[in-house]
Design a protein around this ligand. Sequence first.
Ligand code: GLU
Length: 510
Amino acid sequence: MSAPVRVRMAPSPTGSPHVGLVRTALFNWAFARHHGGQFVFRIEDTDKERSTDESLASIIDLMRWLGLDWDEGPEVGGPHAPYFQSQRGDIYADALARLQSSGRVYRCYCTTEETEGRALAKKEEYAAAKAAFAAAGGQGTKPEAPVMGYDGFCRDLTDEQIAAFEAEGRASVPRLRMPDGSITWNDLVRGEVTFETKHVPDFALARANGDPLYTLVNPVDDALMEITHVLRGEDLLSSTPRQIALYEALKEVGIAKATPEFGHLPYVMGEGNKKLSKRDPEAHALAYRDQGFVPEGLLNYLALLGWSIAADRDIFSLEEMVEAFDIKDVNANPAKFDLKKCEAINATHVHQLSVEEITDRALPYLKRDGVISDPVSDADAQLLELAMPFVAERVSKLTEVGDLLHFLFVPEADFVLDEADKAKMVDSDEGQAVLQAAYDALRSLEVWSAAQISDALTQALVEEMGLKPRVAFGAVRVAATGRRVSPPLFESLELLGRERSLGRLQGALS
Ligand code: GLU
């Protein structure tokens, strides 16, 4: 590749960030890192009504959490600052003035009503021609459907016509004159893509009051920031022929050095093969952090939405992705979002972490969920360290640490048994008999250790009462931990301590 690679992600800060945005960010980031290039982060906040500070903050927060670092952009600055479109008004005004001096942009004086009126008339004319064609039994030339959208009415106004419109005090917008023929580019994901320009109407670059539109600012920024590759979602494919045409004008007026290459990443589909939308709960990227996913897991899964490292391999690290990432390997077909697979991949990444690492990462969740008080007392920190080896392998999300360890930290006054588990395992005659026997066996234990507890309970419940271990230990487990799912029972009782364990067994006896 000739020029050093410069890619960007350019989110509009509206609403809560979508997993599609993360996928786009990840592919751009991996592409930049693979080629030793630069990853630019630009905020497309031209839509003042819809852009919010809250959305911006959550996008930045998300990128930081994921570890997708940017070389230029908010918080880090860079040679092309500012990186917020809302702060680049002068740049766009200058670009517009230069473009207007080229022959490729003309002023359009049509009102919306006039444009729509003409479009309607064309539609009606077509309907009539079609009917006549059918009535003639298909004889003659088949009428062609009219091209919708702006019809180029003001393309070739004479100086007198312009003067007359100006004298009327009409407002006008600048429009780019689309070239005749077709526009073709070699899409990095989809291969050759061609649009006939007769289907791409001349488009406005700014509002009548001079406010620049997205159609102008996005390519102007890409040009000035010297973006070499535009990798973005397929939803933007139809804007690409317009942008390529605008690039020709930008090059002519010395704003762009070159037209970037484009690659359109496949759609992400949700349930029922519909595009994953903001209404789908699994679309919200930060919800994964809230639910205790680890960034390695989420990124690994999102990488699979269009890319794979090898035929039979789903699990990889970010470093491995960077090493192997080639945009040409991205599949153009829509990718299906599969939450179960995302969870499974996340679980694998959690299990690759050390116990200490899981503990550190779980701690904020334990505090957030009120499992452990904040600041953490020495006693709680010690208990947590002792308990973590028994839960690390059992959790697939960080929030599950709290689910499994809640029983250890909860004050006795607040300790309650899960209703359903209690009804099933504790309240029956058999459950009560088990708990009484367990209580009696444990009360006289000399050393309160998992091994001693195991021996005593096995002897009393399995050998003497002849119970199946599942039944015997299940009742004890529910009584002591509150649930049928817990860390290993004997270790749990050891950690809980003699007093609390016996107290809970007694409390479960009616
Ligand atoms: N701001 C645009 C969006 O959020 C991105 C446009 C682009 O990547 O070119 O959809």
